[in-house]
Structures are given as C-alpha cells and as structure tokens.
Design a protein around this ligand. Structure first.
Ligand SMILES: *Cc1c(COP(=O)(O)O)cnc(C)c1O
Length: 226
C-alpha cells in the first residue's frame, strides 16, 4: 500500500468531492496498476489525454466504478478509437470535430457528452475556440443528435503568481451563464472543467464544478509536455 498516494488523494477529495466538485485524476504517463490503486483510494474519474496511451492502458484499467474522460487534444481521425470508451470529452473546439464525434456516436448508438474548450487566455499557441465564436459553435452543435454539450473547459498557462488565472476562470464562468441564458435549443450546460494542480483552488473559487489534477496526485511526471 502506497500511504503517500492514499493521503494525497484523501486530502484532495476533502477539498473537491466533499464540496461537490468532481475530481478528475489526470493520468497521463501513469501506469494502469497505479491508476487502479488510486481508484481503490477513492478516485472516481480519470482523464487521459492521448488516444494511443488510452488504448494501451484500457484493458488493464479496472473500469467497474469509474468514468473515463478524454481531456487532451483530439484529432478527428482518432475519434473512432475512443467513442466506445469515454464518458466525457473535454476538448471539443470546432464544428468539424463535433460532427465527427456525432457521426461515430450515432454509429455506436450512444449520445456522447462533450465540453467545449475555450481559449480564455487568448494565447495563440493554445487550443480552444475564441470566446466570441462560442455562441455560433453552440448553435451549430445543438443541431447534432448524438452529442450533448454539457459545459465548458479551459487550460490557461500554469499560474506564476497565485490567483493570476482567476480572471480567466471568471470569464469561463460568465460564458457558461451567458450562453445558458440565451435559450439555444438543446443547450443547457452545467459543467465547468477548470483548474489543475497549481490553480484548482482558484478555479473552485470561480465556480469550477470539475478540476483536473495530475501532479498533485501522482507526483511530477518525467516530461513537461502536456
Ligand atoms: C496534465 C493535464 C492536467 C493536469 O495537470 P497537472 O498540472 O499535472 O495537475 C489537466 N488537464 C489537462 C488537459 C492535462 O493535460
């Protein structure tokens, strides 16, 4: 038994799930054995961000009591490999990707729940749709029968000063509320996925309903690329 892992998970659950915020364990580079151990300590949701890695680990992950989310950049040609494996896709940022997910979800016979990734920090290198293009995307996606938009997600850069990302999280919260009030057919969003190891408390204070935490659960990964 890994008492450090158990303790880290218990104290995080205290700050999140016990306050009604879903804790998604970001499990990139984490092997299935450790994932299963984390689940035994109370993790209920895991988030993978590479299709290949998810496929390699999938059979060895104990899936009885967990949800699997896809949180990384998703290429349209990889959607077909994960459509039967994931409960929520956090990172939809184009109509094209939404259409492909809709197509494979229809073939598989499910309604795929998705979040829209918004580029709240406006950095050119970041994924996500621009805030001022969000409404149009939601209107277009609302016409697709086999996807359901559940909310919004963002990945601002790691905070250099504590609280620095608050303005971005506040913006995502506002976008969720504003778009819910527009009464777009079939769009009512209730999930805000924001905050990682360095800023999840900031995100929760801005209304996050879901945080994605890796390092603070599993320790430093041996690579820095996200
Ligand atoms: C890795 C990752 C996280 C978790 O990041 P940490 O800083 O390790 O907590 C969250 N979201 C996404 C999309 C990630 O790729």
């Amino acid at each position: 038994m890994n008492t450090d892992l158990k303790q880290r998970i218990e104290s995080l659950l205290e700050e999140t799930e016990n306050k009604g915020v879903r804790l998604v364990a970001a499990t990139k580079t984490v092997c299935p054995e450790i994932i299963n151990e984390a689940v035994s300590y109370g993790i209920k949701t895991i988030g993978e961000n590479r299709v290949q890695e998810l496929l390699e680990k999938y059979d060895k992950i104990d899936k009885r009591n967990i949800e699997i989310h896809f949180i990384g950049k998703l290429q349209t040609n990889k959607v077909k490999y994960i459509i039967d494996k994931v409960d929520l896709i956090h990172s939809v940022d184009s109509l094209k990707l939404g259409q492909v997910i809709n197509k494979y979800a229809a073939e598989y016979g499910k309604i795929q729940e998705i979040l829209i990734e918004v580029n709240v920090s406006g950095e050119e290198t970041k994924g996500g749709i621009a805030p001022d293009e969000l409404e149009q995307l939601l209107v277009s996606l609302s016409k697709l029968d086999n996807i359901k938009v559940r909310g919004l997600m963002c990945i601002p850069s790691v905070e250099k000063i504590p609280g620095e990302n608050k303005r971005f999280f506040d913006l995502l919260y506002k976008l969720l509320v504003d778009n819910n009030n527009k009464n777009i057919d079939n769009i009512y969003m209730d999930i805000l996925s924001m905050g990682m190891s360095g800023d999840y408390l900031t995100a929760i204070s801005s209304g996050a309903t879901m945080v994605r935490v890796g390092t603070k659960i599993f320790g430093q990964r041996n690579y820095t690329e996200v």
